[in-house]
Design a protein around this ligand. Structure first.
Ligand code: UDX
Ligand code: ADP
Length: 460
């Protein structure tokens, strides 16, 4: 028999791990189990060296692990034991067949649904936590209700809005928790059971309940709108580079309008991460499916602008380095898709590195947290042209240029006079995140190329 106060999460990834650790910490009256088919991942969650880097995560896990938080590979008996089951397995973009390149690959998700069906011995609440296409809960419901055991499953959607690097504070003080469910008496009871969990630490006003489809769609729309802001400001950065406008000044001027707001208006080499591109393409696919080509095209442009921005960045490097980087050492500072994470999924650094590799540049990569991931991402390139460095100074030694691709704070505090001394001259810095003190670097002797600003070059 399952226990009403046992929660299971299937999938111990970036979303499942931190979210369940927070629930366990805030709800000592619940037992929380996190199960994954990957034994190495589970071993890491049970060790001192957690599989993901996230500020504050270690403390939260250590406080609850072994008390009411458990990591296991035993999916089967966990399913039997839990009453509330979160599904947080990976749903990457499908790379084959119909919908290839846009739709979600639901194979892991469907397998999970089938396992729940096979091993359940009594009624359960199943909560979608992975990003899924709108109406996926419907499919989940259909699979679960195909059972002949007479069991009742209530499917809820509870999308995750945490951002990597700030996952713990996002979980601790969420802007909102969104829970979607069926508008039937049993659906409403299931929603209430999940509200009761979050109400341990989130105020009632910040727990939004909706119908199932609104909840699923809201997740895609939230990410599409955030990505749209980044693409919008990046499109204007291209404009600034052609004129004497300065993107930082433009951004500051518009963000002070309270109707526009201050967040997600930093121009960059492009957005990355596991969600933005995937979720927008998912939205595009759904729009096409529902025969809304204009709507599909509108959102697809956000992704196209992001591809353009990354490509433009590499072209700027090439053009300013005398149209060739062949056999030149290029130091890459930052490989993660953003600061404070070791995650490199969809990181602009992958695209930039691959393009420079095609130009036969020698790459020297340094990232404070993502070296293992960088090696994995670039494994299919000619390794004799790539150095994975232990420190920024090693990467900069004899390099012709430094490319800043992640906004790690520590990049600001390096000894750039020392770095300049180590580099081949003329020395270039292409700041893909606009985080360095460009004037000071120029004064030192660097040729500095920020995003969306007039270059500071000694060569013109
Ligand atoms: C995102 C959403 O923010 C989160 O709510 C959702 O649950 C998952 O997807 P995440 O992928 O962790 O979170 O990263 P986010 O902080 O949104 O940044 C995405 C990308 O945009 C990063 O590459 C970041 O560097 C870039 N970005 C962000 C910019 O280039 N400029 C900005 O102003 C903000
Ligand atoms: P996210 O960023 O959405 O959390 P991750 O890829 O980090 O995605 O994590 C998804 C996890 O789900 C992986 O650790 C993977 O091993 C796990 N997983 C995938 N399929 C199953 C399954 N059928 N049963 C249990 N775990 C699964």
């Amino acid at each position: 028999m399952s226990n009403k106060k046992t929660i299971l999460c299937i999938g111990a990834g970036y979303v499942g791990g931190p979210t369940m650790a927070m629930i366990a910490k805030k709800c000592p009256d619940y037992k929380v189990i996190v199960a994954d088919i990957n034994p190495q991942r589970i071993a890491e969650w049970n060790s001192d060296d957690l599989p993901i880097f996230e500020p504050g995560l270690d403390e939260v896990v250590k406080a609850a692990r072994g008390k009411n938080l458990f990591f296991t590979t035993d999916v089967t008996s966990s399913i039997k034991e839990a009453y509330i089951i979160f599904v947080s397995v990976n749903t990457p973009t499908k790379m084959f067949g119909h919908g290839r390149g846009k739709a979600s690959n639901l194979q892991y998700w469907e397998k999970t649904a089938r396992s729940i069906l096979t091993y359940s011995e009594d009624d359960k609440i199943v909560v979608e936590k992975s990003t899924l296409p709108v109406r996926a809960a419907d499919a989940m419901g259909k699979i679960l209700h195909s059972n002949t055991k007479g069991l009742r499953f209530e499917v809820l959607s509870n999308p995750e809005f945490l951002a990597e690097g700030t996952a713990i504070s996002d979980l601790e003080k969420p802007d909102r928790v969104l829970i979607g469910g069926m508008e039937t008496p049993s659906g409403k009871a299931a929603v209430q059971a999940l509200v009761d969990v979050y109400a341990h630490w989130v105020s009632k006003e910040n727990i939004i309940t909706t119908n199932l489809w609104s909840s699923e769609l809201s997740k895609l729309v939230a990410n599409a709108m955030l990505a749209q802001r980044v693409s919008s400001i990046n499109s204007i950065s291209a404009f600034c580079e052609k004129t004497h406008a300065n993107i930082t000044e433009v951004s500051r001027a518009i963000r002070s309008d309270s109707r526009i707001g201050s967040k997600f208006l930093n121009a960059s080499v492009g957005f990355g991460g596991s969600c933005f591109k995937k979720d927008i393409l998912n939205l595009v696919y759904l729009c096409e499916h529902y025969n809304l080509p204009e709507v599909a095209e509108y959102w697809e442009q956000v992704v196209k602008m992001n591809d353009y921005q990354q490509n433009r960045f590499v072209m700027r490097v090439l053009e300013n380095m005398f149209n060739t980087v062949a056999d030149k050492k290029i130091a890459i500072f930052g490989f993660a898709f953003k600061a404070d994470t070791g995650d490199t999924r969809e990181s602009p650094a992958i695209y930039v590195s691959k393009m420079l590799h095609e130009e036969k540049a020698r790459l020297a990569i340094y990232d404070p947290k993502a070296m293992k991931e960088a090696k994995h991402d670039l494994a299919d390139l000619d390794q004799s042209l790539i150095e994975y460095c232990n420190c920024p100074y090693e990467a900069a030694k004899d390099a012709h240029a430094i490319l800043i691709l992640t906004e790690w704070k520590e990049f600001k505090s390096y000894d750039y006079a020392k770095i300049l001394g180590l580099m081949t001259k003329p020395a270039f810095i292409f700041d893909g995140r606009n985080i360095l003190d460009h004037e000071a670097l120029f004064e030192m002797g660097f040729n500095v190329f920020p995003i969306g600003k007039t270059p500071l070059s000694h060569l013109t």
